[in-house]
Ligand binder design. Structure first.
Ligand SMILES: Cc1cc2nc3c(=O)[nH]c(=O)nc-3n(C[C@H](O)[C@H](O)[C@H](O)COP(=O)(O)OP(=O)(O)OC[C@H]3O[C@@H](n4cnc5c(N)ncnc54)[C@H](O)[C@@H]3O)c2cc1C
Length: 416
């Protein structure tokens, strides 16, 4: 069934009886050509592009919980491509281009909102760094505008421009950045993949990886053994655990990141705004709640909930930026398990096990990468070689030293 104004009208006159489930609930088949582990954004996008771009038909996505129960449904929904380093900029720009056409491609309303992402600067040296980043972006054909303080004030008047410690000096604006409704991304990719014959199998946890003679032959799951010629891991915060089933030890740590949403208020923030003197980012959802977050909790964990000291820290940063935030009540907060790599950049690559592929290390920024990640991972799996856009995201870069340290923090996963 195609979604359109006509289908909405037809169902309005039909008592809403014609809607069908957005995807099937199939039982696992004995074997598939490709099994993707993880029904998050990246796994579902990979399956979709494997079917759409590479013409594969016999594909399954296996998900331990319900679809979208991981980070894809827990993030703060920010998408952008304002990266500095050569390995990153073209990849994230391709992702943003795919976001721009995603709703038409998937025939699904993902509420893509290019409301602009504004990174604030609070010192002269930070403004210089933003000028450099903006120039690098423009050299790669990515939009970037360096704003002075008054231009920022015209866009976002509610900020504290004269804070004693963190006065706002200006900002780097990417107008094409913005937000996308995160659950709808999972549902849209799932529906579109299902329509191309992909089996999406929920409540099916991978508990083992079967390898014979150095080659993958399938996965053990809570719903029995599923044979596979190729297996792609896209299980975000649990990647280290699942990869260990194949004997791999990865340069990944799992950390909790929290997000918060306030009670709904009238429109007061039209952009995504990030604080430059700490780590705080905020936008306003279409329901009116302010959606915001900050740093990870700072120690390794597999818990999908966070702790109070980080909440206090995030609130302090928020108040330093927008004092009126203190008048709002926080309605909900939650946590997700982040796959933090040693250099802050992702891995999309083959592994030493033949037929086993890896997609992980997304740190704070994997949601915006979802379309390009799926696109490149599908290419890597289907063709057995990286796409030019993910050629730098190699697993062996941690041995060769060809790191992509966008933030310049060194091998400190909790600082990226
Ligand atoms: C609070 C928070 C805020 C964030 N904000 C942003 C943001 O604003 N912008 C941005 O770009 N990024 C953001 N991110 C990061 C982004 O959400 C993630 O990097 C991205 O969603 C990870 O990819 P995914 O969607 O495939 O992961 P997930 O949705 O986590 O998918 C992985 C799936 O694998 C499944 N799985 C794990 N183990 C197994 C197993 N053994 N068998 C079967 N299935 C398994 C999990 O259940 C899960 O559903 C944020 C993350 C968090 C937690």
């Amino acid at each position: 069934m195609r979604y359109s104004i006509f289908s909405v009208l037809r169902e309005a006159f039909n008592g809403q009886r014609g809607w069908r489930p957005a995807w099937r609930e199939p039982d696992p088949k004995p074997a598939y050509d490709v099994v993707i582990v993880g029904g998050g954004g990246h796994g579902l996008a990979t399956a979709y592009y494997l079917a759409k771009v590479h013409g594969l038909r016999n594909i399954a996505v296996v998900e331990r919980g319900y679809l979208g129960s991981g980070n894809v449904g827990r993030n703060t929904t920010i998408v952008r491509s304002n990266y500095l380093l050569p390995g990153n900029t073209p990849f994230y720009e391709w992702s943003l281009k795919l976001w721009e056409g995603l709703e038409q491609d998937l025939n699904y309303n993902a509420m893509v909102s290019q409301r602009g992402v504004l990174n604030l600067c609070h010192t002269d040296s930070q403004r210089d760094a933003y000028a450099r980043r903006g120039n690098a972006m423009r050299l790669c054909g990515v939009d970037a505008e360096l704003l002075d303080r008054e231009q920022v004030r015209a866009l976002v008047p509610i900020l504290d421009f004269d804070h004693a410690r963190f006065p706002i000096k200006g900002g780097l604006l990417q107008r094409r950045g913005g937000t996308v409704r995160h659950d709808a991304v999972a549902w849209g990719y799932a529906r579109a993949a299902d329509q191309r014959g992909v089996d999406i199998i929920q409540n099916c946890e991978v508990t083992g990886i079967r390898i014979e003679g150095g080659r993958i032959i399938g996965v053990e799951t809570t719903r029995g053994f599923i044979g596979a010629k190729k297996v792609g891991l896209a299980c975000a915060g649990r990647t280290s655990q699942v990869a260990a089933m194949a004997g791999l030890r990865l340069p990944i740590e799992s950390h909790v990141l929290q997000a918060f949403v306030s009670e709904g208020v009238k429109p007061l923030l039209h952009h995504v705004v990030t604080f430059g003197a700490g780590h705080f980012y905020v936008s306003q959802s279409d329901k009116g709640g302010l959606v915001f977050g900050g740093d990870i909790d700072g120690y390794n964990s597999y818990a999908q909930r966070g702790n109070l000291p980080t909440i206090e820290d995030v609130m302090e940063e928020g108040f330093a930026l927008i004092p009126s935030l203190g008048r709002l009540r926080v309605l909900r907060h939650w946590g997700g398990i982040m796959d933090m790599s040693m250099d802050g950049s992702p891995i999309i690559d083959r592994t030493p096990v033949e037929g086993l592929y890896l997609n992980c290390g997304w740190c704070y920024g994997g949601f915006k990468a979802t379309p390009a990640s799926g696109w490149c991972f599908a290419h890597t799996i289907a063709r057995d070689e990286p796409h030019p856009l993910n050629a730098a995201y190699r697993l062996d870069r941690f041995a060769t030293g060809a790191l992509i340290d966008e933030k310049g923090s060194g091998a400190q996963p909790n600082l990226h």
